[in-house]
Each structure stands twice: as C-alpha cells, then as structure tokens.
Design a protein around this ligand. Structure first.
Ligand code: T1G
Length: 712
C-alpha cells in the first residue's frame, strides 16, 4: 500500500485516493494498491461504503502506457490482462457500495476502473472516455464489455472507435455517470456513498442484462460502424478490433466477450501500429522539451499581433490569431491585394460556417479581430509580427529592416519563410535576439505543425514565448535549426527528387501518388504539389539556381520546370501534374502530356524507361526521407528523431500508424535502409551517399530509437 494510494475514513466512508502524479496512471503498483485499499475498506468495520478519488488535477488517465513496451508477445499480455480482469471483478464484487468520484479525466483503464465501481459521480467539467484506439489498441480491462451495458452499444462503439472523451453531463444522460456533483466533489461523493450504504445498494455493470432488442440494435450498430470505418480508418487495425470485441460481448455475453477482448488486446498491443502510435504519444510530449530552455524560462503572453502579407499563408496565419482571440493587424502593400486577402479569409470562415462549425455571430466576432491595413499604424502596440511576404530573400530582409523601425524593441519578429536563412533577417532587423522562424504549413489555419526555426542569436525567452504561442494557436510547435529548408522542406526535397526521377524512369504520376496514399498519406507528392501550387516550388528552385544551388543532391529532373513554364500551377490553374475540370476544381484526371514530358526528359538524360514496381517506389521515397533525416540529426538541425517524425506527421500527414519517417525506418530495420541506400548508389550514382549516422547506428546494431530490428 505504498503512498501511490492513500486510505482514510471520513464520516464512516473509506476514501481511497490514487496519487501517482502527474495523471494517476495505472502502473502495476497502482493497480495492486487500489485492490488492497478496497479490500481494506470492505474489511473495515468503521466504514459503510468506499469512495475512489484521484489526487491532483485528475481521476485516472489510464494504464501506464510505458508498461506496454514490456509486453513482448501476445502471451505476455494475456497473462497480465487476466490479473487485471480478476482485479476489476473483485472491485465490482465489493460488499460495500463502491463509488468512483471523477474530476479531470477518467480515461482508458481509469474509466474501466470507474465502471467496475458500483456508481460514478463526477464534477461538471470532468470527462470520461476510452481513447485506447488512438494508441492502436482496444480497451483491455473490460471497457468493451461494461461500457455497452452502461451506455448502449452504439455510444460505446462511437467512444471506443473515435477515442474522444465525453463530458460529464452528457455521460450522465447516457447512463455512464450516476450524478454530477456541484461544489466539493469528495463531500458530494461521500454523501452519495452514504445514501447507497443506507439502502444497502450496490450494482454491477457486468450484470446489466441486455434485451434481445438491445443486442440486435447493438449488432446493427457494429455492422454500420464497420462500413463507416472502411472509409475513415483505411489501413488501421484497432478501430475494427474494437468492433470485434464489442460484437463478441453482444453475441456471447460478458465472460466470453471479456476473454475475446483480452485476446484482441493482446494482438493489438504488440502490433507495429500500436508501437507507432505510442511512439507518437510520447514524441508529441517531448517536442516542447528543449534541453537548454528550462520549463521556468519566462514566456511572454501574446495579446496583440500583426501579419505582413495577406496572401494565402498570411491570411491563414491571421486567422490563427483571430481564432485564438488575439487581435491582429493584417498589412498589405495595396488595396487590391488586401481586399483579395480579406475575401479569402471571409470565404474560409463561410465554408466553416456552412459545415455548422461556427455560427454567423461567431464568424463576425472572429473577423472583427482581424484589422486590414495598408500602413504600419499600430505596429508599435503589438507583441509579435509574422512576416509572410513573397519567398524572396531581398524582399524579406527589407521587410525586417522596416519592422525594426515600427515595432517595440521587445516585439518578436517571426518569418514564415519555408526555406530561407533566418540569420540574414535577424541581421537586417538589427535585433537578432528577437528574430526566428514561424513556418506554418498550407493551409496555415488548418495544418497543425509550426516549425519554430531557431536563429543563431534567437533568445531563449523568444523561443519559450513561441512554444507557448504555438500551443495557444492549437499548433504543434517543433524547434528546428536554421539550415536551408529547415527540417520539413529539406527532407521534402529528397522525397520529391525521387518522385520526379521515378517518373522519368518509367513510373506514372497516378501510380506514384497511389503508392503513397495506399501507404497512408492523405495525398501523394504530385497531388500535393497541385494543391500547394507548382509555382511555389519552381520559384524556390529558381532562387536556388541563382545561388548555384539545388534543393537536393543528385540529378534534377527537368519535368517540373517544364510543367511550370507551361503555366500549369496545379488546381488553381486547372492543370498541373493532373488535368482538372476547371481552375479551382478538385476533380482531376491523369494527363498523357506528363508522360510525354517524362519520356522526353528520360531520352535527354539517356535513360531507358522501364516498368517500376510499387515496392520500389515506396522504398526509394521512404529511404530518401530516412537518409536525409539522419543527416539533419547529425548536423544538429533537429533535437531528436522523434521531432522529425512529428514534423512529418503534422506537416505532411505522414500516416500516424507508421510513426513517422524515422520510426518507419526503424520498423523496416536500419540495416535494410542502409543496404537500400548502397544499392541505389550502385545503380543510380554517388548522390545516394549514406548518412554517416545511419552507417554508425547499423554498425552498432541500433535504430534511431533503441535496439535495431534485426533485418537485412
Ligand atoms: N501513461 C503514462 N504516462 C502518461 C499517461 C499514461 N496513460 N498519460 C499521460 N502521461 C504522461 C505524459 O507523457 C506527460 O509526461 C505527463 O503524463 C502529462 O501528460 C487498460 C490499455 C490525460 C488528457 O490514452 O490523453 O488505459 O511529458 O502532457 O496535456 O484499457 O495525458 O510530463 O514526462 O498529456 O494535461 C489510455 C493518455 C491508456 C490517455 C492529460 N489513456 N493521456 O493531458 O498532460 S491505455 C490515454 C492523455 C489504457 C486500458 C488501456 C493526456 C491527458 P511528461 P500531458 P495534459
């Protein structure tokens, strides 16, 4: 009964307090301590009932996710879950009324513990949920069996397949919670428990009988859920596994259903999908930890902002500020450009409103926070300016020099450049400590990634302020180094190089895109370019060419520039790598002209075109990403491999169930990745040079994350 769980008696009610900060996760020791404390309460003559409550800010946020890495085989998991299920039965068989008092979150195993209590009371702002599917698993402690009995199979299916928490009032209405407590939760819970004790009332969720009609309704819901998952959960296992477990309970009853749940959980927890999603769970929490920026580094609150440039990106950035309730000035050089920018913003909000996500009143309130302007008036009042002008180094340097004259000395000056050297902007501003990159991803008001580019002299306060601002804007901020293209676009250049060369060598645009969408990306390289605009990439190539550089080592395909020179910029011009019904339309068809351009380019490079397999396409593209990622790590432009995974998952929609390009490389095995690099070097040229870090890790039998997966 270590101090993970405390036992007290208040007014003849035993109070069992779980105290395992920060989120009272159920480590093996906590499970045991709860079991012992409830047994003690039942044996305690001085107690008529028992209340379970969490210390700190929350009830129990679930099983300790770290423990899952110790489960090497499905067998290990079956052994462990057998104990857990028996433990929860013991709670449920408590002779005295057992009440869970929920504040903060009761998630996963936390909700399963609560459902094994006889009654649940909650604070009004508490939430309950089964988010296990977000970790590639199913509820493994009876959740797929008790929740359908308490809340009905339909809601249980919804909660266990989307993983979203439900607020206490709704949970009460659905039968998951017995009372919402206003005022002090513990006092309310004790009073509730005493009432049940006085009436000698207990209730076991596992004994709630389901009528034949309820079972049939549940089975219909399972069938309907499978159909919708076929569209929404392509490539995933866990959401379907949830439906299997719930179905088993509906068809065969609680006990058989529980056994089936344990088997399904055991399979899922050792799957690559779950390992990838657990990796991302912790990776998302690691990105905010910057070694030389301690947690207590002062981070300023941003109360007023400004954006320079009302183009696609500038407008989206201004929307982020307004959506967070921060008044923002949006500056342009001329009326026409400003009106165009504001019209795009209005259109975006109208689309959101038409989807019922915002009311007309909310749209007006938010739009009112965006002040269009043609001057720098008011810029001396803002805490941050984000520059989003054309991707041209001289224009941006001039803008920074100007901004330094119209803003307060402590104003943060951020650039939305996607590739250019922050230190040059810093120098142009004359106050380098205030300058850094805030690189948003298109559409900026939608994509969650914010690359925070650290300049040579960027101050710790400005970085801490940026991380805090990122969270406030609902973004995932990742601190990266100041190299060309930073992390996202530097690796993207290698991704696109292979996509272009594969096209020249014989693959087709739709084939390449399909390989990546089958892999799990929302869109392939060519579809992505047609959305973002082929001209954006072309102008960066032109700028680099003017510096005698290229975006990626190796042969530069001529095809993208030829497409650009034809004025085919993608969806916005009605043609790009695909043909579209009309400018702005998303309906696309493959265009034989592209194959002709590829054949001509191949002929000019003396290449004999050949059929290319889907496997080769995927292997070359993911290998190029991993190899360049390794270079970025050893160059110190990313703090951790997991930061790179977060950049790709949130910046480009790299499939979460693959864990990101670095984690994926580990699942393939770095020895395999290295042997591919060497094979391509031999076949295509020295530009396929293995990153020294990759060679070193393979030599040491390691992966980017711990032990190597022994594959060659
Ligand atoms: N296990 C281990 N560590 C956890 C954890 C967990 N379940 N939840 C949070 N942490 C750590 C986290 O890594 C961070 O650490 C710190 O706590 C604060 O978290 C049997 C099988 C509860 C909504 O999926 O969603 O139960 O970085 O930064 O923003 O069927 O944490 O400080 O070192 O996220 O206030 C199911 C996971 C598990 C919920 C709080 N449960 N947690 O958010 O804090 S599987 C979950 C969350 C399971 C059963 C199955 C959130 C939160 P560090 P934080 P927050």
């Amino acid at each position: 009964m270590a101090d993970l769980v405390r036992y007290d008696v208040k007014d003849r009610v035993a109070v069992v307090t779980i105290d395992n900060p920060p989120v009272n996760a159920l480590s093996p020791a906590v499970w045991t301590a709860i079991d012992e404390a409830v047994a003690r309460g039942n044996a305690d003559a001085g107690a008529d009932a028992i209340v379970l409550i969490g210390a700190g800010t929350t009830f129990i946020a679930g099983a300790d996710i770290k423990v899952f890495d110790t489960l090497k085989t499905a067998g290990d998991s079956m052994t462990r879950s057998g104990g857990t299920h028996a433990l929860l039965r013991r709670l449920e068989d408590s002779a005295k009324p057992l009440v869970a008092a929920i504040h903060g979150n009761a998630l996963g195993g936390g909700m399963e513990v609560a459902m094994s209590c006889h009654y649940r009371v909650a604070a009004a702002d508490a939430k309950v949920g089964q988010p296990e599917v977000l970790l590639g698993i199913v509820p493994g402690a009876g959740g797929t069996q008790r929740l359908p009995r308490l809340a009905g199979a339909e809601l249980a299916l919804q909660m266990c397949t989307d993983g979203k928490p439900v607020a206490a009032p709704k949970a009460k209405a659905a039968g998951m919670i017995d009372a919402v407590i206003d005022g002090d939760l513990l006092i309310g819970a004790i009073a509730f428990a005493k009432e049940k004790a006085a009436r000698r009332e207990t209730r076991k969720a596992r004994e709630i009988a389901l009528s034949a009609e309820q079972v049939q309704k549940g089975l219909d819901a399972v069938a309907a859920m499978r159909q919708s998952l076929a569209k929404t959960a392509r490539g995933l296992r866990a959401p379907f596994a949830v439906a299997d477990a719930i179905e088993a309970g509906l068809r065969h009853g609680f006990d058989a259903g529980s056994t089936r749940e344990r088997e399904i959980f055991a399979d899922c927890v050792v799957s690559t999908e779950s390992k990838a999603l657990r990796h991302l769970f912790f990776a998302e929490r690691e990105v905010i930890k910057i070694p030389d920026i301690p947690k207590d580094t002062p981070a300023r609150d941003i109360t007023r902002a400004a954006v320079v440039g009302a183009g696609t990106m500038g407008g989206g950035i201004a929307m982020n500020y307004a959506n967070a309730g921060i008044p923002v000035l949006l500056k342009e050089v001329d009326r026409a450009a400003l009106d165009r920018g504001m019209a795009t913003i209005r259109r975006n909000y109208d689309v959101t409103m038409s989807k019922g996500k915002l009311t007309a009143e909310q749209v007006e309130k938010t739009m009112a926070l965006i002040t269009p302007t043609l001057t720098y008036d008011g810029f001396d009042q803002v805490d941050i300016v984000t520059e989003a002008v054309f991707e041209n180094i001289d224009l941006k340097k001039a803008t920074f020099a100007e901004l330094a004259t119209v803003t307060r000395p402590d104003c943060v000056l951020a650039s939305n450049s996607s590739t250019l050297d922050m230190d040059q902007f810093a120098q142009a501003s004359g106050r380098p400590s205030q300058v850094l990159g805030h690189h948003y991803f298109s559409p900026a008001n939608v994509m969650k990634l914010l690359e925070i580019v650290r300049g040579r002299d960027t101050s710790k306060e400005v970085l801490a302020t940026s991380l805090k601002l990122g969270r406030r804007l609902g973004k995932v901020g990742v601190v990266v180094g100041n190299c060309f293209g930073f992390v996202a676009n530097r690796m993207l250049a290698y991704y696109m190089r292979e996509a272009y060369l594969l096209l020249e060598e014989g693959a087709s645009v739709p084939q390449i895109d399909k390989v990546l969408t089958d892999f799990g990306l929302p869109v392939g390289p060519y579809g992505m370019q047609d959305i973002a605009g082929i001209d954006v990439g072309a102008r960066i190539r032109q700028y680099l060419a003017s510096l005698g550089k290229a975006r990626a080592d190796g042969p530069q395909s001529e095809v993208p520039d030829r497409v650009f020179e034809m004025g085919r910029y993608g969806q916005k011009t009605g043609a790009g790598w695909y043909k579209y019904d009309a400018p702005g339309s998303r309906n696309r068809t493959p265009d034989p002209l592209i194959d002709q351009l590829a054949a001509e380019a191949a002929a000019r490079r003396g290449i004999t075109r050949r059929p290319i397999s889907d496997d080769e396409i995927l292997a070359r593209i993911t290998t190029a990403l991993a190899n360049e990622g390794a270079r970025i790590l050893e160059d110190g432009f990313a703090l951790r491999a997991s930061d790179i995974d977060i950049v790709y998952v949130y910046g480009f929609g790299f499939p979460r169930h693959r864990g990101g390009p670095m984690f994926y490389a580990d699942t393939i095995g770095l020895a395999t990745v290295l042997s591919r690099v060497n094979e391509y070097r031999a076949r295509f040229g020295d530009y396929w040079e293995p990153a020294p870090l990759l060679e070193r890790l393979v030599a040491e039998g390691r992966g980017f994350y711990g032990e190597a997966v022994a594959r060659v």
